[in-house]
Design a binder for this molecule. Structure first.
Ligand SMILES: [Zn+2]
Length: 202
């Protein structure tokens, strides 16, 4: 009994100590947060540099300085292709585009996808179950925005195209979810179709 009352008596002091401790930890927390923000900014810088380095490594055919890209691309293209941005869904030129032809890289003109592999989704971005030629694209892990995704880039210029997911239709089961702004389009003309048909074998 006596011990209990002693303990009770000691409580306010203990509470005081805890409050003091939490006040200190609150302060430390602020410092920690500031440090975290600083670290995050640092990481951001490092990641941006790394991305740039990777782009340089993958940029085999088309090499342009940042200033050149800014000059040759529209602000929207620059933001998506060079800064890995994402256009808002259902806003691009090609999400519900159904003409026959070839989709090219808006950065360098490389043919990347065709209307044959394009299919309708309700995601708001042009989607393809396969690329025209896998050697023309680069797929790499992307852990940005708290997600684990696979980023798709143009191999020739290192431009960001979009992401590839495993929820596509047969025969690949893949969904190349590509920003319209990263793409150009070359319509397949009847003349070209005829030329392909007439082309002698071998
Ligand atoms: Zn390109």
């Amino acid at each position: 009994m006596r011990m209990t009352s002693r303990l009770t008596g000691a409580l306010p002091a203990a509470v005081l100590l805890i409050s003091a401790a939490s006040a200190v930890s609150g302060c430390t927390q602020e410092k920690a947060n500031a440090a975290k923000v600083a670290a995050a900014q640092e990481t951001k810088t490092v990641t941006a540099k790394d991305t740039e380095q990777t782009r340089e490594q993958t940029a085999q055919a088309v090499q342009k300085s940042d200033a050149e890209w800014r000059r040759t691309l529209t602000p929207e293209q620059y933001q998506v292709l060079r800064q890995a941005g994402t256009e808002r869904p259902f806003t691009g030129a090609y999400w519900n585009h159904r003409e026959d032809g070839t989709y090219t890289c808006a950065g360098c003109g490389t043919a990347l996808f065709t209307s044959k592999e394009k299919y309708d989704t309700d995601c708001g971005w042009p989607s393809f179950y396969d690329a025209l030629d896998k050697s023309k694209i680069v797929e790499r892990e992307d852990r940005s925005h708290g997600m684990r995704r696979v980023e798709v880039l143009c191999r020739a210029c290192g431009g960001h195209l979009g992401h590839v997911f495993n929820d596509g239709p047969n025969p690949t089961g893949l969904r190349y979810c590509i920003n319209s702004v990263s793409l150009g389009f070359q319509k397949e003309t009847p003349k070209e179709q005829a030329a392909v048909a007439e082309k002698p074998k071998g």
